[in-house]
Design a protein around this ligand. Structure first.
Ligand SMILES: C[S@@+](CC[C@H](N)C(=O)[O-])C[C@H]1O[C@@H](n2cnc3c(N)ncnc32)[C@H](O)[C@@H]1O
Length: 365
């Protein structure tokens, strides 16, 4: 089977390693391809069949898609691939021509093999890049093609609100993907524990990628700008056994972070401190790992405070950090200056897609 996996741009390699380790646990042969058809934030997983033995000793097939939905920390969606195809030049084409091409292609696919005709369906679109067609155009055309094709085998039903089967049609640049979305309407990065919604929270998938980059080994771990606690809660949910500490300036967010940790069942694993990250050494003597998404100061007026804030924070961090730090921010110049002047060495840099921006991510020692 071929699964199209989605995640954030810039963490495909880390997500691929997670998928590989989950497949190894299942003991199935597999192959992972990063960025199929050159599309960022996507992976293609080809896997053999997996089985388990039920309580009566019978051999039963295990759904790899379900297994990934339940066990991945980095994926957004798991899509059973029906087709992946390059549509060269689709971006410049007249809307009518582009949609006709898409419809002809989808009509030729054996979609009936993937669904029961009696089950209701909907098409959810995703579009990125320069096109003269909209995502609504895509979902309508693909829906039409699937409906007509399924009509040959029975009486298909469309249900846009509560479909039994969700087809996902993605047009990214000139790559078209069609598949069955096994994840459902809510992306996996939207964690059920998030009862307090911080206005600038980090996606849980990216939080896990930052944790992977930090490679914490059981030593004390801190997020000095912890907001609603995403990084710390995800770390605790991984079963981390060392100290987990969060610092946050505002009471409202600290209370929210505690509510989230409570909902996640890990409140007793995290020490939350309401405090100022530029006075870090007042709260902790030493920590091995520091991972954080720093305030970007998107609001005018706050932005001018960023260089000073970063300078003071990295000055304090230098007093307490023993091993590695991982930081994500849009403020490239301010962070690089603050890290350099406080004696930190950048050992890795990458860009990660977050909230529509490519954000700078640094691993420092
Ligand atoms: C980008 S947000 C972090 C969001 C967090 N990762 C989450 O997922 O909820 C940055 C946080 O830093 C906090 N903050 C700003 N200045 C601070 C300071 N001097 N000390 C500690 N926290 C601060 C802000 O209140 C904000 O919650």
């Amino acid at each position: 089977m071929r699964l199209l996996l989605t995640t954030s741009q810039g963490i495909e390699d880390i997500t691929g390693r997670e998928a590989a380790s989950l497949m190894e646990k299942l003991g199935v042969p597999f192959r992972v391809e990063e960025k199929p058809l050159g599309v960022e934030g996507r992976l293609l997983l080809e896997a053999g069949e997996a089985y388990y033995t039920d309580e009566k000793g019978r051999k039963r097939e295990l759904s790899i898609a379900t297994y990934l939905n339940e066990n991945s920390r980095l994926l957004h969606r798991v899509i059973l691939e029906i087709a992946s195809e390059k549509f060269g030049g689709i971006g410049e084409e007249e809307p009518e021509t582009a949609l006709k091409r898409i419809k002809e292609f989808v009509s030729s696919l054996p979609v009936e093999r993937f669904v029961k005709v009696s089950e209701s369906f909907a098409v959810r679109p995703f579009r990125k890049g320069e096109h003269r067609i909209t995502s609504l155009d895509i979902s309508r055309k693909v829906g039409e093609a699937i409906f007509e094709r399924l009509s040959r085998f029975g009486s298909p039903k469309v249900n846009l609100d509560h479909p039994a089967v969700i087809f996902r049609a993605e047009l990214v640049g000139d790559a078209l993907f069609l598949g069955i979305d096994t994840t459902g309407d809510s992306s996996l990065h939207k964690r059920p524990w998030r009862v307090y919604d911080h206005p600038a929270h980090l996606k849980a998938s990216i939080a896990n990628a930052l944790i992977e980059l930090a490679k914490p080994d059981g030593g004390p771990f801190i997020d000095p700008f912890c907001g609603s606690g995403t990084i710390l809660i995800e770390l605790a949910l991984r079963g981390y056994e060392g100290r987990i500490i969060g610092v946050e300036k505002y009471r409202k967010h600290i209370i929210g972070a505690k509510m989230n940790a409570l909902a996640a069942g890990v409140l007793d694993r995290i020490e939350f401190i309401q405090g100022d990250a530029t006075k870090l050494s007042q709260y902790v003597g030493s920590v091995d790992f520091a991972v954080s998404n720093l305030p970007y100061g998107l609001k005018i007026g706050r932005k001018s405070m960023i260089p000073g804030l970063y300078m003071d924070f990295f000055g304090e961090l230098a007093k307490v950090l023993e091993k590695r730090g991982v930081f994500i921010t849009t403020e490239k110049r301010a962070i690089e200056k603050a890290m350099a002047e406080n004696g930190f060495k950048i050992v890795h840099h990458r860009l990660i897609g977050h909230g529509g921006l490519m954000v700078h991510t640094y691993v420092v020692e």
